[in-house]
Structures are given as C-alpha cells and as structure tokens.
Write a protein that binds this ligand. Structure first.
Ligand SMILES: *Cc1c(COP(=O)(O)O)cnc(C)c1O
Length: 406
C-alpha cells in the first residue's frame, strides 16, 4: 500500500482540542443554547470528512486547477544577500484572489455542497474574506450573503463592488461599532435561524468549536507543502518560520507542520498599530483572556471588559481577538509572538517591493518586517521561512496616500 499521499489530507494534530473544542483553557463554545445543536451537527459533519481521502481529493482538484496550488517557495536572493541568511518566501500571494483565504473558502464550500446546503454566509472586515467567499459561491452555484459593518462598507467600496459583481448580497451591519465584530455577531444570529439550508463560512481560526480546528486543518496545506519544498530547496528544515497574525489562520497553517521540530522556532507577528502605547493592537501582547464570538481567547478590552476596536494599517489584521489555539501556544511557549508597528510594516512593504519585485499585502509586510527587527546576529547563516500570505494590489490606494516617490 502506498503510504505517502500525493495530495494533502489532514492528520490528527498534537495540539488537537478536546471534544468540546478546548485548547487548554481557550476555545470552547460560548454560544446561546439555540446554536448548540447546530454546532454539534457541524462537528459531526466535519468529523465524517476530516480524514476522508475522497473529500480531500475533491478539495485538491480545485486547489490544483482553480487556486493554482501548490504555491511556489521562492528563494529571495537579494534579501538573503543583504541579511547574510537564506530567506524563503511561501508564495500564498500567487493564489487565485491573491491570498491564503481562498484555501479555506474552497474547502468549506465543498463541505457545504456535500451537506446539501443551498446558501453560504460569511462575515468580513476589510472585505477580503467576503470576496473569497463570494468567489466560491459563484464557482459552486451557491447563494451568498455577506455581513459587513456599515463603516467597513463605506471604507472598502471596491471589495463591496467585487462581492456584488460575483453575485453576492452584502448586508451593511448598523449595530455596535459597525465593524467586523458586529458583522460576525449578525452572521451568527442569521445562521441560528437558517442553519437548515445555510453554511456559515468563517474567515479565520476563530469562533466556536469546530471552526478553529477545522480551519486550522484546512490551512495546514500551506505548511505541508512548505515543509517538503524547503527540505528539497535548502536541504534542511528552517531555523525560523515567520507569519503575520490577524485571527491566525495563515500562521497556524504554516506552523502546524513544524511545531514538533525541536530546532524550528515558529514566530507569529501581530499588528502593533501605532506602537506599544496604543491599546488598539496586538491581542496577545496587550489583551487579556475573555469571551468573544463563541470562544475564549486573548482579547483587546478596556478595564470594564468592553471590547476595544483594533487599528492597524492592514485592515486584515484588525481583529480584536485571536484564534484560541494561538492563545494556548503562547501560554505553553510553543510559539513565539511579537508585534510590528504600522511604520515598520510600511517600511518592509517598500523594501520587499524594491529588492525582490514582489509587492506584499500590508498584512504580510508585518512578517517581512520582522527580518529587520530581529538582531542581525540571530539571522547570520540561518534558514528562514516567511509566509507571504497575500499580495498588495488591494492596498495600492492606501499606499499611494502614505508614500511619495520622486
Ligand atoms: C485576512 C488576511 C490575513 C489575516 O488573517 P489570518 O487569519 O490571521 O491569516 C493576513 N494576510 C492577508 C493577506 C489577509 O488577507
């Protein structure tokens, strides 16, 4: 029997949550009673396909022919020369729709189809997850409704237009701060009453169990590919694996296949926004444990426990919480976490553009910026793997307002 798969199928992870979705004290299911049976159902549905070669074979077909996987691993020659290290970039920016989010929307839509659902819904902040969800709805002939804070609808005109062009209906959510956390609340509320025919496509490793585990499994395609690619290209495992963190899906996706390796340090980079004195960024560094969107994790909150809005140059990192598995991996010191300011991220955005001819997303620029924050000494002769989660096309208008070239 052939024991090596030619395509990705998840394996049980050493850090799988317990039956109720707890990673240590984090995660779980903090939801209204009415949502419990819906989540229990989804958990059973996911467990039925979790290790099923036929399901993952179907996912693989679309990864290969539609998304463009495997994404390349690129040896960044100019950065490597400058830093006297070996820098490799995992090119998730080259995926269809420009980021890693298409990985989890394709797989969730295929699951929705299998379950006979007619409609998919999603929350979105900057609109990237909304676009990735609307894309797969068009592909698989599913109805699509997107929940987006009214403030974000106004700020992200182009992405709203993209979703509508793809055939989705966009709800502008007027409650609360009219941003991502309110959109997610409304999406959950809608789901409770429409679960019979509706699948909720969550955009990161957050929310109630089984979402953090399910989306971690799906995104682990990134690390599965990268591990084989870097062993082939560099002849060794990396010394460090670096990724940016909003909710944490691209980061856990690449880390998951390196967590057991003694010599590999995984480093997650949060958005520090304006800097350390700002309360509005870096949930793990400045937040405290609390409950949001059906899960226990680190959250940005004020002294009364009110959720603070996150602010960063990169809208995709503006989530006031973080996936529960990251909270656990931080407490257990299995992964290192740090943060990068807006200024440092913008500097790295220009640096990568001009040294390698690759314009990264603002989000991914945070991971690249860490190369400059690390002491030079720590880099000498080291093999570094960076997850380039997305491309910068979506950030051009904002970049043009902040940068001036002769
Ligand atoms: C959405 C997004 C992120 C942040 O989401 P994670 O779940 O933390 O990966 C990072 N990079 C890009 C390009 C994104 O679009």
């Amino acid at each position: 029997m052939n024991t090596t798969n030619t395509y990705y199928i998840p394996k049980p992870s050493p850090h799988d949550p317990d039956d109720l979705g707890h990673f240590g004290i984090y995660g779980g299911r903090y939801v209204p009673e009415t949502l419990m049976p819906v989540l229990e159902h989804l958990k059973a549905d996911y467990e039925a396909v979790r290790f099923d070669p036929e399901f993952w074979g179907q996912v693989h077909y679309y990864y290969q022919h539609y998304v463009g996987r495997p994404s390349p691993l690129y040896y960044a020659e100019n950065l490597s020369d400058e830093l006297n290290a070996r820098i490799y970039l995992k090119r998730e920016d080259l995926n269809h729709t420009g980021a890693h989010k298409i990985n989890h929307t394709v797989a969730q839509a295929i699951l929705a189809k299998r379950l006979g659902k007619k409609k998919i819904i999603a929350e979105t902040g900057a609109g990237q997850h909304g676009v990735a969800t609307a894309t797969v709805a068009a592909l698989f002939g599913l109805e699509c409704e997107i929940f987006m804070g009214a403030k974000d609808v106004a700020r992200q005109e182009l992405n709203v237009f993209r979703m509508k062009l793809l055939g989705a209906k966009v709800h502008a959510v007027e409650s609360g701060s009219r941003t991502l956390k309110d959109a997610m609340n409304d999406a959950i509320r809608h789901w409770v009453t429409h679960a019979r025919d509706t699948f909720y496509v969550i955009g990161t490793v957050a929310g109630p169990h089984p979402y953090p585990m399910m989306i971690r499994d799906i995104q682990s395609i990134i690390g599965w590919e990268a591990r084989a690619q870097i062993q082939k290209a560099a002849g060794t495992l990396p010394d460090k694996v670096i990724a940016c963190i909003g909710g944490g899906s691209n980061a856990i996706g690449i880390f998951n296949h390196f967590l057991e390796d003694e010599g590999v340090e995984c480093i997650g980079i949060e958005a520090g926004g304006l800097g350390l004195d700002s309360k509005h960024g870096a949930s793990l560094a400045k937040g405290a444990p609390g409950v949001l969107h059906g899960q226990m994790s680190y959250l940005l909150q004020d002294d009364d426990g009110q959720i603070l809005e996150a602010h960063s140059i990169s809208a995709g990192l503006d989530y006031p919480g973080i996936g529960p598995e990251h909270a656990y991996l931080k407490d257990e010191r299995i992964v290192t976490y740090d943060h990068i300011t807006d200024t440092e991220a913008l500097d790295a955005f220009v640096w990568l553009s001009q040294r390698e001819g690759i314009i990264p997303a603002f989000e991914s620029s945070h991971a690249v910026a860490y190369l400059k924050k690390m002491p030079r000494q720590a880099l000498q002769g080291k093999t570094i793997l960076i997850n380039l989660s997305g491309r910068g096309d979506k950030d051009m208008i904002q970049a043009k307002e902040m940068l001036d070239f002769e």
